[in-house]
Design a binder for this molecule. Structure first.
Ligand SMILES: Cc1cc2nc3c(=O)[nH]c(=O)nc-3n(C[C@H](O)[C@H](O)[C@H](O)COP(=O)(O)OP(=O)(O)OC[C@H]3O[C@@H](n4cnc5c(N)ncnc54)[C@H](O)[C@@H]3O)c2cc1C
Length: 369
């Protein structure tokens, strides 16, 4: 049976970041069931480098977003990944929303994001022209990046460290072995084969719960529920007045229908939030009215005819209500030494990826030494 030190399941941005990080000190195989890396959430998001404003202090989201943002900007510089620190305006349309912004400012400070500031009326009209707003906060450290190039750079790191990336290969089962490690069953082109690994990392994104249920000895209580929460986007054709990202106050399951820009300056709106029963990336052009009404609240001059339904991504929610945190679970939680499961890695997972990878590396070292 082939042996490897570490097997990472799933080549989204999280699996790629973890594999690249672990390959610095050990032999790593990264498998992906699809033909290409990053075809699920990692290529169906807003490509925003988040500042770390919204998440409860001491949450994994807050810690890894703030640490991950700094690492990601450094990484983008070092590997010449197209990116831009274009900043974002958070807007309030009512006094209640202005209060909400004030509490977000405090939350950001508690999370170590100390560069947010209130915009004067003059700055508001410069940074967010045509906006209907009574107050605005500015986050200078928010940015955008080319997530595909970022993932390619991680793959390059893995391969330079002699790690292997194996697409079209699916994780089917794992059994913990008495002497340590796991015997793993994989399939490739309809053929099954076995592998022994000391460390197993389940970075399966929307499939992480399914993968976890295939690991012998992992109690069902250690596999959280999974709810698919679709977020779709509408692109905006033609010219627009924005140079920064524009965010209304956040809602329960997402950050509100905000305006983001890509590196070419194309404007798009979304994602909305919609729980669905099965994993499909279908879009719903009928949502145009909801989008139009939500955008018109902060940008009255939006032209509905220029909105075009674009793509959708799916958030792996572990609960249908309230704030959820990332779950990065090792033996302390489930008792299987050498196994790390990652659940609920929704936004800001792209921003946090390099910090999540460090966390996984530290956790595995602590478990195995
Ligand atoms: C609508 C939306 C907008 C977002 N916007 C942002 C944003 O602007 N900024 C930000 O920081 N974050 C954002 N995020 C979050 C970010 O996109 C995710 O946190 C991140 O992409 C998750 O990466 P992942 O590797 O965990 O999952 P995925 O990208 O889904 O990758 C998991 C991979 O594992 C593979 N896999 C699963 N099971 C198996 C198996 N059994 N065998 C082999 N392979 C397997 C899958 O095929 C898949 O390729 C957004 C997310 C969504 C949904």
């Amino acid at each position: 049976m082939e042996k490897v030190d570490t097997l990472v399941i799933g080549a989204g941005v999280i699996g790629l970041a973890i594999a690249a990080r672990l390959s610095q000190h050990s032999e790593v195989i990264l498998i992906e069931q699809g033909h290409h890396f990053g075809e699920h959430s990692s290529s169906r998001n807003s490509e925003v480098i988040h500042a770390g404003i919204y998440y409860p202090s001491a949450s994994l989201k807050a810690q890894t977003c703030v640490e991950g943002k700094a690492k990601l900007y450094q990484h983008c510089e070092a590997y010449a990944i197209p990116h831009a620190k274009i900043g974002k305006v958070l807007t309030a349309q009512t006094p209640q929303e202005e209060e909400k912004l004030a509490s977000l400012l405090l939350q950001a400070q508690n999370n170590g994001v100390d560069d947010l500031y209130w915009l004067s009326n003059k700055e508001l009209s410069q940074k967010a022209p045509e906006l209907n707003t009574i107050a605005g906060l500015y986050s200078p450290s928010t940015g955008i990046l080319d997530s595909h190039q970022f993932m390619l750079s991680l793959l390059g790191q893995l391969e330079r460290n002699q790690g292997q990336y194996v697409p079209c290969t699916k994780f089917l089962a794992a059994t913990p072995k008495k002497g340590g490690g796991f015997s793993v069953t994989l399939s490739c082109d309809g053929e099954r084969f076995e592998l022994h690994c000391h460390k197993l990392v389940n970075a399966g994104g929307l499939f992480a719960q399914k993968n976890a249920s295939l690991i012998e000895g992992l109690a069902p209580i250690n596999v959280p529920p999974l709810h698919y929460c679709r977020g779709q986007y509408f692109s905006y054709q033609g010219i627009h007045p924005f140079k920064h990202l524009i965010y209304p106050v956040p809602e329960e399951h997402g950050l509100g229908i905000h305006a983001t820009l890509d590196l070419a300056g194309q404007l798009r709106f979304g994602p909305d939030t919609h729980f669905i029963n099965e994993l499909n990336y279908n879009t719903d052009a009928n949502a145009i009215d909801t989008f139009y009404q939500a955008i018109k609240r902060y940008w009255p001059q939006v032209d509905k005819r220029r909105l075009q339904v674009d793509y959708a991504g799916i958030r792996p929610k572990t609960q249908r209500q309230g704030q959820q945190d990332f779950q990065i679970e090792g033996a302390q939680r489930h008792g299987l030494i050498g196994l790390i499961n990652l659940f609920g890695i929704e936004s800001p997972g792209l921003t946090a990826s390099l910090a999540i990878a460090n966390k996984v590396a530290t956790q595995l070292t602590a478990e195995l030494t």
